[in-house]
Design a protein around this ligand. Structure first.
Ligand SMILES: [Zn+2]
Length: 120
């Protein structure tokens, strides 16, 4: 499954960035997924919780930030947010488009438990 290998990648990134022994402090992992990344967010969240089950990261939430598809039109210069199925410029109808956002597939933030919150 595609989402399973992505979830595994996310886990690898988290383990790379977080010192050993502090994994249980990871509260949330934020990940940006573009509309064109070809990832099913629900499926990814399911895979992530499946592979972290029974590990120090099992309480970690995977927060998915959906990045819309935006394009720059080479014909009229307009920047628009468009639906995947309508791949043309809403301003002039042109088909010469550069994709600005929507292909993202990256970990944007790893949030750790704030120790101050745990103080009495
Ligand atoms: Zn245009």
């Amino acid at each position: 499954m595609h989402e399973l290998s992505i979830a595994q990648n996310i886990l690898d990134i988290v383990r790379e960035k977080i010192p050993q022994g502090e994994e249980a402090l990871v509260r949330a992992v934020r990940i940006k997924i573009g509309a064109m990344a070809g990832v099913v967010p629900d499926s990814l969240a399911f895979c992530f919780s499946a592979i972290t089950h029974g590990t120090p990261l099992e309480r970690t939430a995977l927060e998915i930030i959906n990045v819309p598809l935006t394009v720059h039109c080479k014909m009229c210069g307009a920047e628009s947010s468009i639906e995947q199925t309508l791949f043309f410029c809403p301003s002039c109808g042109g088909f010469e488009l550069d994709v600005l956002t929507g292909r993202e597939m990256q970990v944007s933030e790893i949030e750790l438990d704030d120790e101050e919150e745990n103080r009495p």
